[in-house]
Design a protein around this ligand. Structure first.
Ligand code: A5A
Length: 472
């Protein structure tokens, strides 16, 4: 049995084990094992991310090890990462001349190579991505899929452009891409420009996607950085312009990790377990035969016919013929978030019908076997996603408080909510005393009725909307 989702931390801890996403018993802190079911979910979610990126990025692979001198070259960058780097110091028994870092992210691995690749304006823009593991010696509380020391599913995209404006355009493109990705997963997000003190080390500015977890803390589920020409100057990435001058290039990078899966589990799940959108569910449909003495053959015959039909549509479908009682089977497949369940008993076998239910609803209904078509399943999948989205947005809304004073901000954060408040640039830092400042809201979510500009709650000057919360 799962703890109720109300006790979110325990629920999360249990659901990822019981639903067989991860085995968390690996004896190194912050490292966990993907189980087959979890890994399949990962593959399906990342297939979407790949599909989006493959539209106009090329996939690459860079080495895991970065020589010390390369990693240390960009001073702002290394200041941000130095206490998080794992070092390889030995090859066998021999001490290495140059220490090698396990990549904490790949700017310093890629950009010396970009310098070699980029010659003229015709080589730009360059847009590549890789999905790899990165290592960060995190000191905050580690948690499966949320805060890892080996991030196993780090999608990092890196782009190079001719001008600052083009890089800025790319930031907008990347934000659009991430919006599409999270809309596909029906995960509501807020988009903020991180405050100066919390931007990516070496970046000009950072745009972040945050989602609101069931316990009211926010989780950063993706970031887009405009690097301007900061790294180009360090790594000497220049191109020849059409009139023969040499100019530094402008860069962006943006990343998403398995936190996208943590959010999928946390936002949609309920007391019974996972609830997965149809497109990413490792098992999309389960068929449960209800066997009574004397009826076994007829019930199994129809169950198999249904199985073949659904397989024919290319769905991931399981016919659960195990010896367990139907109740135990419901329980297991509910835990795993299977979106559509069919039950077939004697009555259904006799009438050539099936009983249908959806993971997110209590009700059951009957459909004639012959009425089941690919179009019908697609419609159900779409409706389910829409319901998940509506529910997730309602939850998110209920956790947001628009505040008029710092006291209200403190109260909201204390009561596990996300505070939105107007401040000016001079007062933004003061708000940090009441919670983590997520930054200036970049875009109004379509589901939230709020203005992006207002009166600073501290000094009464012209303010912009910032988010304040407890964060993961
Ligand atoms: N090179 C850029 C893209 C970069 O490294 N950006 S980042 O540091 O912000 O990381 C990208 C995303 O990875 C973050 O927004 C966060 O969602 C995720 N992430 C970062 N550290 C993580 C960790 N220790 N465990 C899980 N996810 C992490």
């Amino acid at each position: 049995m799962l703890p109720p989702k109300e006790n979110f931390s325990e629920w999360y801890h249990e659901v990822i084990q019981q639903a067989e996403i991860m085995d968390i018993r690996y004896p190194v802190k912050g490292l966990y094992v993907w189980l087959p079911f979890g890994f399949k979910l990962r593959q399906l979610v990342y297939a979407k991310l790949r599909e989006l990126l493959d539209r106009d990025h090329q996939e690459v692979y860079f080495p895991t090890l970065i020589p010390e001198d390369m990693l240390m070259k960009e001073s702002e960058h290394i200041k941000g990462f130095e206490d998080e780097v794992y070092w390889v110091t030995h090859g066998g028994l021999e001490q290495l001349d140059v220490k090698l870092a396990l990549r904490p992210t790949s700017e310093t691995a890629m950009y010396p190579m970009f310098k070699l690749w980029i010659r003229s304006h015709a080589d730009l823009p360059l847009k590549v991505y890789q999905i790899v593991n990165v290592f960060r010696y995190e000191t905050k509380h580690t948690r499966p899929l949320i805060r890892l020391r080996e991030v196993t599913s780090f999608k990092e995209a890196h782009t190079v452009h001719r001008t600052y404006e083009e890089a800025e355009e790319q930031v907008k493109e990347a934000v659009k891409l991430y919006k599409e990705f999270y809309e596909f997963l029906a995960i509501p997000y807020l988009i903020f420009r991180r405050p100066e003190w919390d931007k990516f080390p070496g970046a000009d500015y950072t745009i972040a996607f945050d989602t609101i977890m069931p316990d009211g803390r926010t989780l950063q589920i993706g970031t887009v950085h405009n690097l301007a020409d900061n790294f180009a100057k360090t790594f000497d990435i220049k191109y020849e312009t059409p009139n023969g001058d040499h100019s530094y290039a402008y860069q962006t990078c943006y990343g998403i990790s398995e936190r996208c899966i943590a959010s999928l589990i946390s936002i949609h799940g309920d007391d019974l377990g996972l609830i997965l959108p149809f497109e990413v569910a490792p098992v999309q449909i389960v068929i449960i035969p209800i066997l009574y003495k004397g009826w076994e053959e007829k019930v199994l015959e129809l169950s198999k016919r249904l199985y073949d039909k659904l397989k024919g549509y290319d769905y991931r479908v399981t016919l659960d013929e195990s010896d367990e009682r139907p109740g135990a089977k419901y329980y297991r497949w509910e835990l795993k978030g299977v979106p559509i369940r069919f039950e077939i008993g004697p009555k259904e076998a006799e009438k050539n019908e099936v009983v249908v239910s959806f993971r997110d609803e209590k009700k059951k209904f009957v459909v004639a076997f012959d009425e089941i078509s690919k179009e019908l399943i697609e419609r159900w999948a779409k409706e389910l996603k829409e319901r998940l989205k509506v529910r997730a947005v309602e939850n998110a809304k209920s956790k947001i408080v628009i505040c008029n004073s710092v006291d209200e901000v403190a109260g909201a954060v204390e009561s596990k909510r996300v505070a939105l408040v107007y401040v000016c640039e001079d007062c933004e830092r003061e708000i940090e005393n009441y919670g983590s400042v997520l930054g200036k809201m970049e875009e109004k979510p379509e589901w939230l009725d709020v203005n992006l500009e207002g009166i600073c709650a501290i000094c009464g000057g012209k303010g912009y909307l910032v988010g304040v919360a407890k964060t993961y």
